[in-house]
Design a protein. Structure first.
Length: 82
């Protein structure tokens, strides 16, 4: 089971970010990874995803840098609706 988890992390880290680097506050692989893990825990609203990520921030930092912390639910909504 842990091998599957590690494989998912490796795949997420291979996602290329088409956005302009200077304007990026949150890395695409981190946003997608946080969204995926929160969704697997039945977080199905933007605020629930944000709360999940805040609660498990220390755990998420084992796999993602999270240089700018956890994105807000407003950012996530805009990110995925773009």
């Amino acid at each position: 089971m842990i091998e599957n988890f590690i494989s998912i992390i490796k795949l997420i880290n291979k996602i290329e970010d088409p956005r302009q680097k200077k304007k990026v506050k949150y890395l695409i692989n981190e946003v997608v990874g946080m969204f995926l893990f929160a969704s697997l825990e039945n977080a199905n609203e933007w605020t629930a995803i944000e709360l999940f990520c805040e609660y498990y921030e220390a755990c998420l930092k084992l796999y993602f840098h999270l240089k700018n912390g956890i994105p807000s639910h407003k950012f996530s909504r805009l990110f995925f609706n773009t």
